[in-house]
Design a binder for this molecule. Structure first.
Ligand code: ADP
Ligand code: MG
Length: 216
């Protein structure tokens, strides 16, 4: 029997804590990746942003999960200077709006939240699949999650498949030439390096998988 995993505000808080912990662990790696094809601040950007998110969530009173995602997005926009701040910030605000004031959400709603987040990133950054950005990890992850949920898999299992898809998408950025963001200024010299934003995106999906597996 498949027991539906119910998610709520605690899921959002533990997702953000998991992201913060993994950004701290991977900070230097993300900095190195960004130093190769950007300006070397991606690791510090993500740590600064998610440290502030954890702080903001700790200080906020009880609120529904959608409102916590909106607070998360607003905090990222306000604390991260690089492109990744406004992109993830607007993404999570859009995702939060999907949930409105609902106290809990299920797997299908989680897919809708992430779809809205991706749409917002593509809208703001005008990147498509294959442009060597965070989209290359996020889009395949959402496709895998949707397929898993629709096939009736448990949420931890569907998120495991989503994590694998995000990591495959991340690795697939290496041979690509960047067409968006700072790395695109390098032209052909961006080929042969893994995209930092796709790398942190795979960490964000893995963190979601951990938060939901721990809570179910
Ligand atoms: P900055 O490039 O401003 O220094 P970061 O280093 O924090 O910002 O983030 C860089 C990452 O942001 C890139 O690796 C890429 O994945 C992502 N990115 C940059 N521009 C775009 C865009 N237009 N659309 C989607 N993602 C983008
Ligand atoms: Mg940078």
């Amino acid at each position: 029997m498949i027991v539906e995993t119910a998610m709520d505000s605690l899921t959002i808080t533990s997702w953000m804590r998991e992201i913060d912990a993994s950004m701290r662990l991977e900070r230097d790696h993300l900095v190195q990746l960004d130093a190769a094809i950007g300006d070397g601040d991606h690791g510090t950007n993500m740590v600064r942003g998610f440290d502030a998110v954890v702080q903001a969530l700790t200080e906020s009173g009880a609120a529904p999960p959608g409102k916590l995602l909106i607070l998360t997005g607003r905090t990222l926009v306000n604390t991260v200077g690089g492109a990744s701040g406004p992109l993830w910030g607007s993404a999570l605000r859009s995702g939060g709006r999907v949930l409105g004031d609902e106290p809990a959400f299920d797997g299908r709603q989680l897919v809708e939240v992430l779809e809205a987040a991706l749409a917002s990133i593509k809208d703001l950054g005008t990147a498509s699949l294959g442009d060597k950005t965070m989209v290359d990890a996020l889009e395949p992850a959402i496709d895998a999650l949707r397929e898993g949920v629709e096939a009736g898999r448990s949420l931890p299992e569907a998120l495991d498949l989503a994590t694998q898809a995000a990591e495959a998408g991340m690795r697939a950025t290496t041979p690509l030439q960047a067409r968006k963001g700072r790395a695109s200024y390098l032209g052909e010299r961006s080929v042969g390096h893994q995209d930092p934003g796709a790398t942190s995106t795979a960490l964000i999906i893995r963190a979601l998988q951990r938060a939901i597996t721990a809570g179910s």
